[in-house]
Design a binder for this molecule. Structure first.
Ligand code: ADP
Length: 557
């Protein structure tokens, strides 16, 4: 018969109450002694807290060494974790066992504490570790993490590792009292580790998410159901012209000043539906945004906000518009010479009676010849554009060429198209021969000169200047024509780009000439730019090396 059986029930209850009070006191004293903070929120803070904890544990338990081993579900191992007491870093690194192995494994699996009084002879210990770590005796308890509900009831229990103390001081052995103490401390430690790990994981995940959001090119705005902005990435800030610092946490109606975007968010929030639409905003330039909204739901599938994604498709829309215009201008440009060729040939065929004399016929043949050249040039330009568009390099047929010679030929060809313009050539006699593609050089000059003619509808002088400086040759094609507005000086080199006014509409064109010229000059290792004044004229300058760099010669030889 045990002592309890002999006691009266009320005595028994009193005895239990006393024991419980003792235990509670012990727990609170142990916690106080261990000085464990309730929440650790960063990796260094966790390191620091665990460092203090192992020291306190060793002191309370009168042990020489103390170390945590955490379970790694991926490798299935229990791995010692810094900081430990009485172990050097190399020993900590070596200390890892499979969760099926030794005392550590058994404690972890069974969830029960173990005392080993003679580690060297006990057959459950891993002898290698006993020797390396100099273990004489030990006490090991599981690290159990408990999740509690509001009423402090345990709702989930999870073993996350084990806690060891080695070598009781003064030649003593670990006792049942030590087991109780260490179990209380282990519970505290497990809570700190689990909370901190969760917190660190969440923080890292948040940081990863923030970095991703930052680097995404689409603008992202998240508005809570309370109407306040919770996320606004860099791209959204730039696209919508918003200030990130001042906008987060503010009602979206106050900080988004584009009416149509406010309406979009309002509709998405109130109607709780996904919306996809194109929106035009002015910031201060007109931009077209492809927008999409989606509801943000919590784990219980309740709407907690709306996310709006913005993509700037202004350029795509512009190119679409330009392409449409391009197709109609190309058709027009192809039809014009064809109409003229067809007209003259029909006239010649039907002139059975020889109404037109030899001179007139020769003139017709020349026009037909020129119009055929125009068609060939246009088709070759189109083929080259498609070559550039598909990312293929323009093939350059490198040769030593005489630029003066080609300039003279191109000018004489241009002369035949106009009687309103005078041409001047200023190229010094000692102008160097250059390494270039003869046909491409011809194409560059022809394009620039035909533009000079086309965009000087009232005539005037067109001069071509050539100069050689420091291993480069530089050419200027100067006209006295309509000029180019300052904001279009770089734009004119983009594909399909045409300045829209009465003069240019009359001149006709496809908007690919300068785009090609720029690529052709660059394929020669050169560059091109234009200076111009409206109503005064334009000066197109291109510069190329006399000897192109070896990599260009190798690439396109
Ligand atoms: P296009 O077929 O329209 O001539 P280009 O690419 O050759 O195409 O030229 C692009 C635009 O640049 C032209 O539509 C015209 O508005 C402008 N431009 C080109 N050359 C001149 C020039 N010499 N003077 C004035 N404007 C020019």
């Amino acid at each position: 018969m045990s002592k309890d059986d002999r006691q009266k029930p009320e005595e028994q209850i009193r005895e239990y109450k006393r024991r419980i009070a003792d235990l509670e006191k012990q727990i609170s004293e142990t916690q106080k002694m261990a000085d464990v903070p309730s929440a650790v929120t960063s990796a260094p803070e966790l390191e620091h807290t665990l460092g203090r904890l192992v020291k306190k544990i060793a002191m309370i338990l009168q042990a020489e060494k103390c170390v945590f081993m955490l379970h790694d579900p991926e490798s299935g191992e229990l791995v010692a974790r810094k900081p430990a007491l009485g172990l050097i870093d190399d020993q900590i690194k070596l200390l890892r066992v499979r969760a099926t192995q030794g005392i550590s494994g058994e404690t972890f699996r069974e969830g029960k504490p173990f005392i080993v009084n003679d580690a060297a002879s006990d057959d459950r210990t891993v002898k290698e570790n006993v020797v390396i770590l100099g273990i004489k005796n030990l006490l090991t308890v599981p690290l159990v993490m408990e999740k509690r509900d509001e009423q402090e009831r345990v709702v989930e229990k999870k073993t996350i590792g084990v806690l060891h103390v080695f070598n009781k001081r003064f030649g003593a052995s670990f006792s049942e009292e030590d087991v109780r103490l260490l179990s209380i401390l282990a519970r505290q430690a497990a809570a700190v580790i689990a909370n901190a790990q969760l917190y660190i994981e969440i923080t890292e995940e948040k940081q990863r998410l923030e970095a991703t959001l930052k680097s995404i090119l689409s603008g992202i705005v998240v508005v809570g159901v309370n109407g306040r902005i919770s996320i606004l990435n860099d791209a959204a800030q730039a696209l919508l012209g918003m200030d990130q610092v001042r906008s987060i946490g503010k009602p979206y109606q106050e900080v988004i000043y584009h009416d149509n975007i406010r309406t979009l968010i309002e509709t998405a929030l109130s109607e709780r539906r996904e919306i996809t639409e194109e929106i035009e905003i002015v910031t201060p330039l007109a931009r077209v945004l492809q927008t999409q909204t989606a509801m943000v739901l919590n784990d219980d599938k309740e709407a907690i906000g709306v996310v709006a994604i913005f993509n700037d498709i202004t350029e795509i829309r512009n190119v679409d518009r330009m392409k449409t215009a391009f197709v109609s201008t190309v058709s027009h440009e192809l039809r014009t010479p064809l109409t003229s060729i067809k007209g003259f040939i029909s006239t010649l065929i039907s002139d059975k009676d020889g109404f037109f004399d030899g001179t007139a016929r020769m003139e017709f043949y020349q026009i037909i010849d020129q119009e055929c050249d125009r068609l060939t040039r246009l088709i070759s330009d189109l083929l080259n554009v498609s070559r550039i568009e598909s990312g293929r390099a323009l093939e350059i047929n490198w040769k030593q060429i005489d630029a003066r010679d080609i300039i003279a030929k191109v000018i004489s060809a241009q002369k035949s198209y106009t009687d309103k313009h005078q041409f001047e050539i200023h190229v010094p006699d000692d102008f160097p021969r250059i390494m270039a593609d003869q046909d491409k050089f011809d194409q560059i000059l022809t394009n620039l000169l035909s533009n000079a003619v086309k965009y000087s509808p009232r005539g005037g002088t067109i001069s071509v200047k050539g100069e050689a400086v420091d291993g480069f040759v530089q050419f200027h094609i100067i006209d006295q024509g309509i000029g180019i507005p300052a904001d279009k000086l770089t734009k004119v080199f983009e594909r399909f780009e045409r300045i829209d006014n009465r003069d240019t509409r009359e001149a006709g064109g496809t908007g690919i000439g300068l785009y090609l010229v720029k690529h052709l000059v660059e394929a020669h290792g050169g560059s091109i730019w234009v200076d111009s004044e409206i109503g005064q004229g334009s000066n197109f300058t291109f510069k190329m090396p006399v000897e192109p760099p070896q990599d260009l010669l190798d690439r396109q030889g």
